[in-house]
Design a binder for this molecule. Structure first.
Ligand SMILES: [Zn+2]
Length: 202
């Protein structure tokens, strides 16, 4: 981590795990923050406008997103941590589009196969859904197939919406979400960040 002090906004208070964000990620409500560099106000929600790390300044109430460095040449290696968008999901496996590798944006348009068979619980329905954004570890790259796993710190779903109405959801523990709009609950293998972030919304 470099200098966290921004001369324009004063000292920031980076969270213990800086929150990695993608454009469009919801970072809070306009009542909570003003949009700063790297963020924007979209219909009353403060969202990221770049790939990077979110730094909410709790003093000035300004949301900053520090852009991630670009490295289009990097290929995933074992134990790299990726951020990806779920393309399709079944009960124990999902196809994930790799958006970033070790918090650096990837423009190589790679996909990985996320295996959930060893994670936490066995379920009948998928604990992640198409459109969810996940953090996962590269467990194997044999034959240039990127096998992904959720067995790492901070891994799991980092962004999701209600499967029924598309509304905003909050964590109900680490394995389920509840919609703030229609009240539905659904299984999700949530990252610790998501659980922590949900608590800040109450
Ligand atoms: Zn809903």
């Amino acid at each position: 981590m470099e200098d966290d002090n921004n001369p324009k906004t004063g000292k920031t208070e980076p969270p213990s795990h800086p929150k990695f964000v993608l454009p469009g990620d919801n970072l809070g409500a306009e009542e909570e923050f003003e949009p700063g560099l790297g963020s924007a106000n979209l219909d009353g929600k403060i969202v990221a406008s770049v790939v990077g790390e979110a730094f909410p300044n709790m003093t000035s109430r300004v949301m900053l997103v520090k852009p991630a460095k670009q490295d289009i040449a990097k290929l995933p290696e074992v134990n790299d941590v990726i951020i990806g968008t779920v393309q399709s999901a079944a009960s124990s496996i999902a196809q994930v589009r790799i958006n970033a590798i070790n918090d650096i944006q990837s423009t190589k348009d790679l996909s990985g196969m996320l295996s959930m068979r060893d994670d936490r619980h066995r379920r009948n329905s998928s604990p992640i859904r198409a459109g969810d954004v996940v953090r996962a570890r590269v467990s194997s790259t044999v034959n240039s197939i990127y096998h992904l796993s959720l067995d790492c710190e901070g891994c799991g779903v980092i962004f999701t919406v209600c499967s029924f109405c598309g509304g905003r959801v909050v964590a109900l523990g680490r394995g389920a979400v509840k919609c703030t709009e229609c009240g539905s609950t659904d299984d999700r293998l949530l990252s610790d960040d998501f659980v922590t972030y949900s608590r800040t919304l109450h």
